[in-house]
Write a protein that binds this ligand. Structure first.
Ligand SMILES: Nc1nc2c(ncn2[C@@H]2O[C@H](COP(=O)(O)OP(=O)(O)O)[C@@H](O)[C@H]2O)c(=O)[nH]1
Ligand SMILES: [Mg+2]
Length: 388
């Protein structure tokens, strides 16, 4: 019965019906590099306000602490755990649904592990295996097991059933520091540079993210900075149409120039946010790093505070490899936030714990599906609740 309802909702999702919208959209003509920059004036939901706020991108204390300093925050994203209804399903339900694979794996394995068992070394070894095979990683697994052992000792716990609760508690503790939602600050436009390897989900995440910002009454301009693959711009334009947002592109050309154009246009049109796509694959890793570092420099030349956010998109399916991608991109650019995609397609949702332990970086968003509403602001408690 629920499957049936979900299907209906999916059918009616905004992705499936952009046709009516299309007519209204002034699709930009492809520009030659010498052509003057044309920016469609149309930008939906445009409250035109200049913001003067500060950038904040360090690892944050848990959310309570955030609430203590609302004064300097003029524009803030809605708290992630709000039970905003989306169709028949709340946000928490959607995340639960998205994490079904990981949850099924963990629930089955942990239930059989703890039910009626003695707390002994064999049990800890099995728990270690379960965590490692969920991509929690060696370092986070060791940390979790040590904290659980310490709690068992301290509280004289004898019943193995209680370990599940302890594991949840320790996981939330571990993940809370990287729960750090993106806050729009600084002089507009707020520039988000989106980076990541090919196929990680950058373009899709940009499409979903645009929707999140539009829902908050922000105006958005997208820059098609992946000029390496011909199809990349078209794919981005489809997302632009779905959102009724202009995509700045050039028929051929230098990604830095495209993004430079976009930022200047956004300035002229008082647009709140520029989201810049970038290439994920170039002939060599050196080419890629050279290009994205150049893009960052150019962005900074045309807007001193920008990029305000360098968002690395990681595919959860790549497991431990995601950590090495994070290290490489961070070294080159200084990553300020993460979007972890495709959590719906993997049983390895534990990779978030590995990130939190090995390379703690603000986890802004999680991707739990392919449709426009499937990007969620990360919340540690909600995530762990959806896991088991
Ligand atoms: N299931 C699922 N698929 C996703 C998600 N995010 C992206 N994808 C898919 O991953 C593929 C690659 O995404 P794309 O945005 O083109 O990656 P890019 O090369 O980094 O721009 C596409 O087929 C997307 O639909 C997600 O959260 N869940
Ligand atoms: Mg792409």
């Amino acid at each position: 019965m629920f499957e049936f309802l979900k299907k209906i909702i999916k059918k009616n999702s905004p992705e499936k019906k952009p046709a009516a919208k299309k007519e209204v959209i002034k699709k930009p003509e492809k520009k030659t590099s010498s052509a003057p920059k044309k920016i469609v004036a149309k930008a939906p939901n445009l409250p035109k306000k200049k913001k003067a706020l500060k950038t904040e991108s360090s690892i944050k204390p848990p959310p309570k602490a955030l609430k203590k300093k609302p004064l300097e925050i003029k524009e803030e994203k809605a708290p992630p755990k709000e039970e905003k209804k989306s169709g028949f399903f709340s946000l928490a339900d959607k995340i639960k649904k998205g994490l079904t694979k990981t949850r099924e794996k963990l629930t089955t394995e942990l239930t059989s592990l703890f039910t009626g068992k003695k707390i002994d070394e064999a049990l800890f070894e099995e728990l270690e295996t379960i965590l490692l095979t969920s991509d929690v990683g060696i370092s986070a697994t060791t940390y979790l097991l040590d904290s659980i052992r310490a709690s068992i000792k301290k509280n004289k716990i004898e019943n193995a059933d209680e370990i599940k609760g302890l594991l949840k508690e320790k996981l939330i503790e571990l993940l809370s520091p990287i729960q750090n939602p993106l806050v729009l600050k600084g002089t507009s436009p707020f520039v988000i540079m989106v980076v990541g390897v090919n196929g990680a989900g950058k373009t899709t995440t940009i499409g979903k993210l645009t929707k999140i910002f539009l829902d908050e009454n922000k105006s958005v301009l997208i820059a098609a900075g992946d000029t390496f693959r011909a199809a990349a711009t078209e794919q981005l334009e489809v997302w632009g149409e779905r959102n009724n947002v202009h995509v700045v592109s050039q028929a051929s050309g230098d990604p830095s120039a495209v993004i430079f154009d976009a930022i200047n246009s956004a300035k002229a049109k008082n647009i709140d946010i520029v989201i810049a796509d970038t290439a994920g694959r170039l002939p060599t890793q050196k080419h890629l790093i050279d290009e994205i570092t150049k893009i960052k420099r150019v962005i900074n030349k045309c807007h001193l505070e920008a990029p305000h956010e360098i968002l690395l998109v990681l595919d959860a399916n790549t497991g431990q490899n995601a950590i090495s991608q994070l290290r490489i991109f961070n070294e080159a650019l200084g990553i300020t936030g993460l979007a972890l995609t495709k959590l719906d397609g993997t049983a390895k949702g534990g990779v978030i714990a590995a990130i939190a332990k090995e390379q703690p970086t603000p986890l802004r968003y999680i991707g739990v599906g392919e449709s426009i509403d499937d990007l969620r602001v990360f919340n540690a408690q909600e995530y762990v609740d959806a896991l088991f």
